[in-house]
Design a protein around this ligand. Sequence first.
Ligand code: VGL
Ligand code: ZN
Length: 212
Amino acid sequence: MPATIRIDHDDALLATDLQADFMPGGRLAVADGDAVVPVANALMRRFAHVVLTQDWHPPGHASFATTHAATPFATKRLPYGDQTLWPDHCVQGTEGAALHPALETDAAFLILRKGMHPGVDSYSAFVEADGVTTTGLAALLHARGIRRAFFCGLATDFCVAYSALDARAAGFEAFVIEDACRAIDAGGSLDAAWARMNAAEVRRVQSREILG
Ligand code: VGL
Ligand code: ZN
């Protein structure tokens, strides 16, 4: 089947959080997460602009259940709103925070680290969970002439979805490459994320539409 989406110089690929802790066996494992690495590699070869993101938390981060002596996946009210509490994951400098060893990172012009502020989480690659602190990524992509942002990686219902929604809010067209992502899907989070993405006109596409 021929590709139906033609990738151009004003398109960017964002490959989110393809890190050991989100892979099977990791501390916040996403089922089948490693299956997307070869797809991400194939996609990266088609794009002139590739950004990788890396969840990069300090020890004792506000999103960790252990920080609050709470149960993982519980919800905690933090100053900026309700925060899902996670098992400790992607701690700066640890093996779990490393990008998957099979990920071909050479095509990326940027590895954007996020979730570094001790008290604030950041699923999104654009705006932190307080809703105001920017990573600067939107300005950077605009400055490079990007108009469309394509997303792959982990997890569909968190980092990918929040990033795609923020891409729309920043004026980009946004495409989530569904089969190049995997979800955590806790408590209906995947359906909820797709409902929000559909409402924001984030487009759901498949890798074969780009790769042919
Ligand atoms: C993510 C949960 C916690 C993600 C990051 O990248 O989707 N999910 N931290
Ligand atoms: Zn995280």
